[in-house]
Design a protein around this ligand. Structure first.
Ligand code: UDP
Length: 236
């Protein structure tokens, strides 16, 4: 577990976005993993997850106050939370500014349709090279299509850990591109779901808002976040 914390991005979100912008501009390849307690916990039982978390090809970003607090408990100087949804939004903004090719994969068809509208209206500099819903059975087929399009930005919204596993499986087939698993971000960016009000975000209570809105998330929260904090205390 300590090795994972060592790999976490330590600097500010501002620094992170600057580096991401430069990487995009210079056609570098980057696999961004938005790490939260769920990812770390699952890696203890799943070697495939552990492998991509420890691979130097991936950048682990602390997405979730649970990870930031745990890092502080273990004396790692992690500056702040960098949320997956903010990374997704910034990438769309930068992609539009730099006239980059974007591929979207994941979420329901109606969400993907609205994502197309949002891109047309708000991020019109983007060339959308593909937009596929995440309920296609043959997800490898979609990835082969992504490879063939040579996009600059690939956002995969299938949930943890499937989105990261798929990206990692195909990463070597790409010469460039910024790759991120963005979970439920399309649901929010498309307007199908509301993000927590700013005050929740400011007080680091976005997780609470999500549980209040979707109580079925409570078990998932307990299994990952609560057990995680107990586990981390043992490493102290
Ligand atoms: N999803 C998908 N295909 C699936 C299962 C899930 O495209 O087979 C999508 C789902 O529609 C949602 C996203 O994956 O848009 C997962 O969102 P969730 O909020 O659970 O992710 P989190 O942000 O919590 O990781």
């Amino acid at each position: 577990m300590r090795k994972l914390f060592e790999r976490l991005y330590k600097k500010s979100s501002e620094d992170f976005y600057k580096e991401m912008y430069e990487n995009l501009k210079n056609n570098k390849k980057e696999f961004i993993v938005t790490a939260n307690p769920e990812t770390f916990m699952k890696s203890l039982e799943d070697k495939e997850i552990e492998k991509f978390l420890l691979d130097e090809k991936s950048t682990l970003v602390p997405d979730g106050i649970g990870i930031v607090k745990a890092a502080h408990m273990l004396d790692y100087d992690v500056k702040e939370r960098i949320a997956g949804i903010d990374i997704a939004t910034k990438l769309l903004e930068y992609g539009s500014k730099l006239h980059k090719k974007v591929y979207l994969f994941g979420s329901k068809q109606e969400v993907i349709d609205d994502m197309k509208n949002v891109i047309k209206k708000k991020y019109s500099g983007i060339e959308l090279t593909g937009a596929k819903n995440g309920y296609e059975k043959d997800k490898d087929k979609v990835f082969l299509d992504i490879v063939s399009k040579k996009p600059d930005i690939v956002l995969v919204a299938l949930g943890i850990p499937l989105q990261e596993k798929l990206i990692y499986k195909y990463l070597d087939k790409f010469e460039k591109g910024i790759f991120v698993g963005v979970g439920g971000s399309f649901d929010v960016i498309s307007g199908h779901k509301k993000r927590a009000p700013k005050v929740f975000i400011k007080l680091n209570l976005e997780w609470l808002y999500r549980i209040m809105k979707e109580p079925s998330r409570l078990k998932r929260f307990y299994d990952s976040n609560v057990k995680f904090i107990f586990k981390v205390r043992k490493y102290k």
